[in-house]
Design a protein around this ligand. Structure first.
Ligand code: C2E
Ligand code: MG
Ligand code: MG
Ligand code: MG
Length: 291
């Protein structure tokens, strides 16, 4: 349960304090305040998933979403993941947090299915620490069964570091994930240190080109060449490729010309609240039919 997972995280948290003690000799009081707020927010299940559309630029249609966590505050503001995910990864809270998010996600997908909303394929981000736990498999199997959602609707986004820390385990873990029917994407591709041979060896469905390459694709030859090379590599290995951080029409067009048809970014849509998703899907379908 989320509660026993939280106790586990607190235990890991305590171990982390000892680790910090040895490493830094001091404890940062603001970090500790933030940490206890984080544990409390997990206990109260305060986190909310937003959904950013992924587009197929070739067929001019939606093909899925990426779920992105937000931490809503009492004053109405929202804290973005970059401000708490690294801390949650350090103290182990990422594991009970992701278990809650997985449950929230599959509950949401089950509701959309009941309402006949075709959301396509939805990805959720999994931290390296969590990817390296065998319990991830049970979390997946339990939630897919509990909410009766077909596994092919779900994709896990992991980073190169999840793969490189322990390649033997990572390969086995990916095979277990694939045997359930869940898909795997390699996130922020090009920023880590993965070996190209692993792309061939591991059952990866999708490469997500990091937004740092996309940002200046229309101005910088190097970024354009790197991106084009990743697209060709993915095609060659028969892996899907998605560009993230697409903000302008020029970027979208250049990626499309390179053969990178799957795209995600503010140019298409910002991350949406769950209750905005069905309206968005309907609007997109209408636009398609009228074009
Ligand atoms: P990511 O998985 O690479 O997600 C893409 C990030 O780029 C998201 O930031 C998204 O809002 C942002 N983005 C999308 N389109 C654009 C664009 O056109 N321009 C720019 N500049 N940014 C764009 P976000 O939501 O703040 O998330 C940041 C990172 O936090 C994510 O990067 C992911 O690594 C992590 N994260 C988010 N949600 C979760 C989660 O549920 N679990 C875990 N473990 N990590 C998460
Ligand atoms: Mg991601
Ligand atoms: Mg990314
Ligand atoms: Mg990232």
């Amino acid at each position: 349960s989320a509660n026993s997972a939280l106790n586990h995280a607190k235990k890991m948290g305590r171990n982390t304090y000892q680790f910090f003690d040895k490493e830094r000799h001091t404890l940062d009081p603001t970090e500790l305040t933030k940490e206890s707020a984080l544990f409390k927010a997990i206990t109260n299940n305060e986190f909310e998933l937003y959904f950013q559309p992924k587009f197929d630029a070739q067929h001019n249609q939606l093909y899925g979403f990426e779920a992105l966590v937000r931490w809503p505050q009492e004053d109405g503001s929202v804290i973005n993941p970059d401000e708490f995910i690294p801390l949650a990864e350090q103290n182990g809270a990422i594991i009970p947090l992701t278990q809650l998010l997985m449950e929230q996600l599959l509950n949401q997908l089950a509701q959309w299915r009941k309402q006949n909303i075709s959301f396509g394929n939805v990805a959720i981000n999994i931290s390296a620490l969590h990817f390296q736990q065998s319990s991830l498999i049970e979390t997946l199997i339990d939630n897919l069964a509990k909410f009766d959602v077909p596994a092919h609707c779900l994709e896990l986004e992991i980073t190169e570091s999840a793969m490189m820390d322990n390649p033997e385990f990572a390969e086995q873990q990916m095979k277990r994930i694939k045997s359930i029917g869940v898909q795997i994407a390699l996130d922020d591709f090009g920023t880590g240190h993965s070996s190209l041979s692993y792309l061939k060896r591991f059952p990866i469905d999708t490469l997500k080109i990091d937004k740092s390459f996309v940002k200046d694709i229309d101005k910088n030859d190097q970024d354009r060449n790197i991106t084009a090379t990743i697209v060709r590599l993915a095609k060659y290995l028969d892996i899907n490729v998605v560009a993230e951080g697409v903000e302008t029409e020029e970027q979208a067009y250049m990626l499309h010309i390179m053969g990178c048809h799957f795209q995600q970014g503010y140019y298409y849509c910002k991350p949406l609240k769950a209750n905005q998703v069905s309206e968005f899907i309907n609007d997109t379908l209408e636009k398609q039919q009228s074009s």
